[in-house]
Design a protein around this ligand. Structure first.
Ligand SMILES: O=C1O[C@H](COP(=O)(O)O)[C@@H](O)[C@H](O)[C@H]1O
Length: 240
């Protein structure tokens, strides 16, 4: 995609500070869920992990919605036990599944003791249980989103996959750190979400995102996959 076309695929909501960022992002997710819940049946919310989104999830947990019809799933997970440090499931349990949102049904990606490939097969077999109303993405300073790391051994195959989830071999990718083996939503999975949000903070990530808006391969800065998908543009919530 050309740089000009890609720039049209993002709507950036810049908050003056953390407080504004949290309020705007949580309200946007709640609004999209509320719209989806106007139809009968269950809706799905897909959440990222990492160090950024917990304050937004805590604010979202206070929103009054029919949470009993919300299935919360994950965008990606590291190959760790559900209660381990670094587990995205643990982050979501501790930050979102409280207060009003305690009524939501949580479907983590990896069960205790489960081999990663089995977790991927199970996630793909049960997809999609309900329409995906919102997918909340993050981004690392290397331009990865979900667990789509630039330089991952199987990245090209995962970007081309038509399954919603895939395993990622991110050995050698510095930002993946100790968590080299992961399960990630693929572009095909992201494409099925009605709304996609990106939560980022700080000048460094803003600069990476501005680079991603320019012409270039998705494999270099995988966050580009979220810009290149058809449908609603990517809504980016940023603060310094
Ligand atoms: O490893 C991950 O990284 C991204 C970005 O995380 P952050 O710590 O830089 O905010 C995150 O979106 C993803 O869910 C996570 O597994």
């Amino acid at each position: 995609m050309s740089g000009a076309a890609r720039a049209d695929r993002a709507v950036v909501h810049a908050g003056a500070d953390e407080r504004e960022w949290i309020a705007a992002a949580a309200a946007s997710i709640a609004r999209a869920l509320g719209e989806a819940l106007a139809a009968p049946g269950e809706v799905r919310l897909l959440l990222s992990g990492g160090t950024t989104p917990a304050p937004v999830y805590r604010a979202l947990a206070a929103q009054s919605l029919d949470w009993s019809r919300v299935i919360v799933g994950l965008v990606d997970e590291r190959d760790v036990e559900p209660e381990a440090d670094g587990s995205n499931a643990r982050l979501v349990r501790e930050s979102l599944l409280r207060g009003q949102a305690a009524d939501a049904r949580f479907e983590p990606l990896r069960a205790a003791g489960q081999p990663l490939e089995q977790a991927v097969a199970k996630a793909n077999a049960r997809w999609p249980l309900a329409p995906v109303a919102v997918c909340v993405l993050g981004m690392g300073e290397d331009g990865h989103t979900a667990s789509l790391f630039p330089g991952a051994a199987n990245l090209a195959a995962v970007l081309a996959s038509d399954e919603p989830y895939a395993s990622i071999d991110a050995r050698g990718c510095a930002v993946a750190g100790a968590f080299a083996h992961r399960i990630s939503l693929t572009p095909a999975g992201m494409a099925q979400s009605a709304h996609r949000l990106l939560l980022i903070r700080g000048a460094d990530k803003r600069a990476v995102f501005e680079r991603a808006l320019k012409e270039g391969e998705a494999g270099e800065l995988p966050v580009r996959v979220a810009l290149d998908l058809p449908g609603e543009p990517l809504h980016v919530y940023w603060c310094p």
